[in-house]
Design a protein. Structure first.
Length: 110
């Protein structure tokens, strides 16, 4: 797995390579990230009866994630320079607010 640009952070790409990951539209999500998203959006992926039901639940969950991502981009788009990675802007903002995150950990450029 050489292309790490589809993950949210360098660490996520490493963890995905070591422990497995899910893909959605070219983006990689670690098992922990999928679990956090499922909890946030109220999806019980472990409770699915079979792989087909789990795939449907994942699709529906990622639809919600996509919607929120579009809303966030509409909000922060005016603050981005052309070609700037929005994850870098969000990471820098969260770090400035005191969250335990560094701009060194945001995604590698693809």
């Amino acid at each position: 797995m050489k292309d790490k640009s589809g993950f949210s952070t360098k660490m996520s790409a490493t963890m995905g390579a070591l422990c497995g990951y899910e893909r959605h539209e070219g983006n990689g999500f670690t098992k922990d990230e999928v679990s956090v998203l499922a909890d946030h959006y109220g999806f019980d992926l472990d409770g699915c009866e079979n792989a087909l039901m789990r795939a449907g639940a994942m699709r529906n969950m990622f639809r919600r994630v996509d919607q929120d991502g579009l809303r966030i981009m509409a909000l922060i788009g005016r603050y981005l320079e052309e070609g700037e990675d929005p994850v870098h802007l969000v990471t820098a903002g969260l770090a400035a607010l005191g969250f335990d995150i560094t701009t060194e950990d945001d995604a590698e450029e693809g």
